[in-house]
Design a protein around this ligand. Structure first.
Ligand SMILES: [Zn+2]
Length: 310
């Protein structure tokens, strides 16, 4: 970038050109690259986004040990999360009256979430995953899921889905609006889209932006929303928000704290030992899951669940 005459950076949600640098970050979670990335904040709509987009680095920034590509170990925190997920989705399934259900998980990796849902509702008869990882494909197919190796933009099918999951997905793509419009096309009439995405309007984002806020998941999170900016994005679609709730952001707290200790040379993390395998990750996640759960009735925590309908 030319410092004397910087070209104005356009906000990917409202297209305003008034954004200011908000945080500079590196990949402290996987050390997939040594580059520094700049995140900007749009003062008009609150969107936080990376610029330039590392679109040509996909194979590098999603290493083979990336968490959604590998099978999960079942410790206490994972089991608790699974129980909460089941409870959440049981309510969603009650709103879908069809005798047989088709599900699509965009960015679903090995199909671990679809496995949980299959155990939650016996009406699920077809499960489709769209993801970019070849290794996850064989694992997913063994478990009976259809798998398209590629992006949602490239995915074509005659199937229409009763439930589309985009859990921690919209923040990973260059054009979130295009993704939402594609999902709307793939949705059965009366179907539901469930989105989980970080919320930038939270304590930990403000507290850790100078060192490293875990919600950036740098450089894999490209566009990050608040409730305000997500509602603005939706105005360009025919989708409407049925419900928006805040949920615990325990992993972001853990990433933020462990990175801050790493930068003070108190703990070690490396590409061989990503943060999620650090011994502090599980206890910090457990603590902050409870912390966020308790304060959730009063403040906005760092992740949102958004339920969309046609
Ligand atoms: Zn904006």
């Amino acid at each position: 970038m030319n410092v004397d005459n910087p070209s104005p950076i356009e906000c990917p949600v409202c297209n305003e050109k008034k954004s200011n640098p908000w945080s500079s970050a590196k990949d402290y979670e996987y050390f997939s690259t040594n580059n520094t990335y700049i995140y900007y904040r749009c003062p008009a709509c609150d969107t936080i986004f990376i610029d330039p987009l590392p679109v040509h680095e996909l194979k590098v920034i999603y290493p083979s040990n990336y968490y959604s590509f590998v099978n999960k170990r079942k410790n206490g925190v994972v089991r608790l999360k699974e129980w909460l997920d089941k409870r959440f989705f049981k309510k969603i399934f009650r709103q879908l009256p069809a005798p047989e259900l088709s599900l699509l998980d965009v960015g679903g990796g090995t199909g671990w979430m679809l496995d949980i849902l299959k155990r939650t509702d016996p009406r699920i008869h077809f499960t489709q995953i769209v993801d970019i990882d070849a290794k996850a494909k064989s694992i997913a197919e063994v478990k009976g899921h259809a798998y398209f190796e590629g992006t949602i933009e490239a995915f074509t099918t005659d199937n229409r889905f009763d439930l589309i999951l985009m859990l921690n997905l919209v923040e990973h793509v260059a054009d979130p609006l295009a993704i939402l419009q594609k999902a709307q096309l793939l949705l059965q009439p009366g179907g539901i889209i469930v989105i989980k995405t970080p919320n930038t309007d939270c304590w930990d984002a403000r507290l850790y932006k100078k060192t490293y806020w875990g919600g950036l998941h740098c450089p894999r999170h490209w566009v990050l929303f608040s409730e305000k900016s997500f509602r603005l994005l939706l105005k360009s679609t025919k989708l409407r928000i049925e419900k928006l709730t805040y949920t615990q952001g325990a992993p972001f707290w853990a990433f933020s704290i462990i990175t801050s200790l790493y930068r003070k040379h108190i703990v070690r993390i490396s590409s061989e030992r990503p943060i999620i395998f650090h011994w502090l990750f599980a206890p910090l996640s457990a603590f902050f899951a409870i912390f966020d759960f308790m304060r959730r009735p009063f403040v906005k925590t760092s992740q949102m669940f958004i339920i969309l309908k046609n």
